[in-house]
Write a protein that binds this ligand. Structure first.
Ligand SMILES: Nc1ncnc2c1ncn2[C@@H]1O[C@H](COP(=O)(O)OP(=O)(O)OP(=O)(O)O)[C@@H](O)[C@H]1O
Length: 258
């Protein structure tokens, strides 16, 4: 299936200042065409989480513009956004199932029947390998299990924009590879406009159509790198010459910009 690419997500001159004199982001510009997936890496404190939180509407005191298909995201309800935050963002007093169910109820606005929603929840929990945890509460789960619930919840609401803040950081290496594959398969069948923050260079190369490298100097613009590895079939990526060349290229940019 081919998707039209509208303007998508546009960040124009975004500046966030939590405390006077301390800029978390300074005049940042970035564009992600609709239905694209970009990965982002950057040094700690360069403003990656702040960017995701501003797009998601959790940070409102910013200057500049954030638009999706020409509509300002300042207006609530402009676009349905799925956010997987670093702290997972689960409600501790709700079970795993209820956490996902509630997000779907809020976002669905009558598009799907209760039965269809239940089917979706079961299918996402199964895909994430946590179907047996449906009736548990978040605080009784490991970090990696909570992370998988947060990912299942973000997928289940079928968002127009997906924002992920180091979503696989708490997973062991094998589970991480499995979930990366599931994640990418899902993105291919539902190509939501996606910005994926990671500290892992390999993960950035495996999952991004383009890779955004944030500089440590906030006055400098992000470096956007084309990623030919994205075109290679997922299981062959790690062993390809392009993957090694891309790793070298990105490390060089990191050395220059961090
Ligand atoms: N709620 C807040 N109040 C004050 N300052 C904040 C707040 N949140 C973040 N900051 C500051 O804003 C800057 C950017 O933080 P942010 O969390 O966006 O960086 P990051 O690139 O996501 O870092 P990391 O990779 O460590 O998660 C940092 O200097 C941080 O200390």
């Amino acid at each position: 299936m081919s998707y039209s690419r509208n303007k998508g997500l546009e960040i124009n001159s975004l500046t966030v200042e939590y405390q006077e004199g301390h800029l978390a982001l300074e005049q940042m510009d970035l564009c992600l065409p609709e239905h694209s997936i970009y990965t982002m890496i950057g040094p700690s404190g360069c403003g990656k989480s702040t960017l995701l939180r501003a797009i998601a509407g959790l940070v409102q005191s910013y200057t500049g513009e954030i638009k999706f298909n020409d509509q300002s995201l300042r207006k609530q309800g402009t676009a349905l956004i799925g956010l997987v935050p670093q702290n997972y963002g689960l409600l501790p007093w709700k079970t795993v199932h209820s956490n996902i169910r509630m997000a779907m109820r809020i976002s669905d606005s009558g598009r799907h029947t209760k039965g269809q929603q239940e089917q979706q929840i079961t299918s996402w929990l199964t895909a994430m390998g946590i179907a047996d945890l449906a009736q548990r509460y978040p605080l009784s789960l490991s970090g990696g299990q909570q992370q998988r619930v947060a990912i299942a919840r973000a997928f289940a609401i079928l968002p127009e924009i997906m924002l992920l803040d180091e979503p696989f950081s708490a997973l062991d290496a094998i589970t991480r590879e499995e979930i990366q594959t599931i994640f990418l398969e899902n993105w291919i069948s539902h190509p939501t406009t996606t910005l994926f923050v990671t500290h892992d260079v390999e993960e950035a190369i495996l999952l991004g159509e383009k890779i955004v490298v944030m500089p440590s100097n906030k006055e400098e613009p992000p470096v956007i790198i084309d990623n030919p590895v994205f075109q290679i079939s997922h299981e062959d990526k790690r062993d390809s010459d392009e993957f090694f060349a891309q790793t070298k290229r990105i490390r060089k940019v990191m050395q220059e910009k961090w």
